[in-house]
Design a protein around this ligand. Structure first.
Ligand SMILES: NC(=O)c1ccc[n+]([C@@H]2O[C@H](COP(=O)([O-])OP(=O)(O)OC[C@H]3O[C@@H](n4cnc5c(N)ncnc54)[C@H](O)[C@@H]3O)[C@@H](O)[C@H]2O)c1
Length: 379
């Protein structure tokens, strides 16, 4: 493929697709050519077509794949369609970058990975927070062994309001609420920084607070379909001895915050506010570095979901958080595309990590339903 632009198709031209469009635009036509767009909804296709007038349009994935010209398909639809779309794209000969969560459950995830192996194509999940400079710094630090061994990880995803610009509140579309839609970002980020240990068991409690809180803000359509958990706490044991607490909700009056804090045998590391506090001979020393582009990570809370009108597409003001989030998605897509051009394999996640993440999510929901801890099968 060296010397040719990667031919990209996008399925689902909604909210998250706008970030991927930006990534492809930034790479330039010689590196990545957006040649095909697919959405069920005409108005979404038309909007995307204005950005990419030369792209051909398709209403479903098999029509998109039919000409056989795509090297890469980015799947930006809701999770209930991830497996069928990703498998069709892989079998159609493309590599696939798929939005989180992986799928509706681990069995679907396994089917996607089997299809990738069968087709000799690569699959990667858009766990874009791994591409924040702060995540990469903390990962290197833990990997180097200089801050000791991970012991305790607190992982959270607090939001003022539900992300109701798309049906993330409707289980048969989203696969889950705060855990599958938002906490998953910090969960993956924290596990990755901690060296990707295998989860052994999980106990979780989940409940739905809406419409008790925020109910009057929602449209009738949202109220009628809202059936996911919007508050979840969990406790996870990992095979490296680390334990993690999970906390997520969509009704947090203090604002929006998504991140983790990791206590190791020699330090306390946090993603937001970004910090590296190290034990030096019994004294706490602040070794937080200045990282380019990491200003947003100094703040603990943001106001993001209060700018979203229920039932309307996400159009939030330009904040440092959105800028940093966009940068992480651009870096993620650029890495995948550059690797395709250079013939280097994608290395972001392997099969074990992908299945572990989905099994952990499935395990949380199972535990919450059964009211007891559940053991997790090794990936
Ligand atoms: N990585 C991130 O930061 C991030 C942020 C937001 C959303 N997401 C993920 O992106 C995915 C989409 O979320 P969103 O908020 O963009 O939703 P959205 O509803 O705004 O966009 C989804 C689009 O997919 C289209 N679509 C649905 N089914 C389709 C099908 N079968 N074929 C073609 N098009 C189809 C819809 O018409 C819609 O335009 C979800 O999995 C979500 O979790 C990721």
């Amino acid at each position: 493929m060296a010397g040719h632009p990667v031919c990209v198709g996008v399925v689902g031209c909604g909210t998250i697709a706008q970030f991927h469009f930006q990534a492809v635009k930034e790479l330039g036509e010689d590196t990545a050519a957006l040649v095909a767009l697919c959405d069920l909804r005409e108005e979404r296709l038309e909007q995307a077509h204005q950005l990419w007038p030369a792209a051909r349009l398709a209403r479903e994935v098999r029509e998109l794949m039919a000409p056989g010209d795509l090297d890469l398909v980015i799947v930006g639809t809701m999770p209930h369609t991830h497996a069928s779309i990703a498998i069709a794209a892989l079998e159609g000969g493309a590599h696939v970058l798929c939005e989180k969560p992986f799928a509706m459950n681990a069995a679907e995830g396994q089917a996607i990975l089997d299809a990738a192996a069968g087709a000799g194509r690569q699959f990667q999940l858009c766990t874009n927070l791994r591409y924040l400079p702060t995540s990469q710094y903390l990962r290197e630090l833990v990997n180097s062994g200089s801050v000791g061994i991970p012991l305790l990880c607190k992982i959270w995803s607090y939001h003022l309001n539900p992300p109701w610009w798309a049906p993330h509140y409707h289980r048969s579309t989203s696969g889950g609420g705060v855990l599958a839609s938002t906490l998953i970002h910090a969960l993956d980020q924290a596990i990755w920084v901690s060296g990707c240990p295998n989860p052994l068991s999980v106990q979780a409690v989940a409940r739905r607070v809406f419409p008790e809180k925020r109910g009057p803000l929602a449209t009738g359509e949202v109220r009628a379909r809202y059936d996911v958990e919007d508050l979840l706490s969990g406790f996870v044991r990992f095979d490296n001895g680390m334990v993690a607490t999970l906390e997520g909700n969509w009704c947090y009056e203090r604002g929006d915050s998504i991140g983790f804090e990791l206590v190791t045998t020699q330090a306390t590391l946090s993603s937001v506010p970004f910090g590296v506090l190290v034990d030096k001979g019994g004294k706490v020393v602040d070794q937080t570095p200045e990282l380019a582009g990491a200003e947003f990570a100094r703040r603990a809370f943001w106001h993001l979901t209060d700018q979203v009108e229920p039932g309307k597409p996400l159009e939030v003001a330009d904040t440092e958080l959105i800028a940093a989030w966009t940068r992480s998605i651009c870096a993620q897509d650029a890495d995948a595309i550059q690797r395709l051009i250079q013939g280097r394999p994608w290395e972001l996640q392997n099969r074990r990590q992908l299945l572990n993440l989905q099994r952990l999510i499935d395990g949380c929901y199972e535990s919450a339903q059964l009211g007891r801890p559940v053991e997790l099968a090794p990936a």
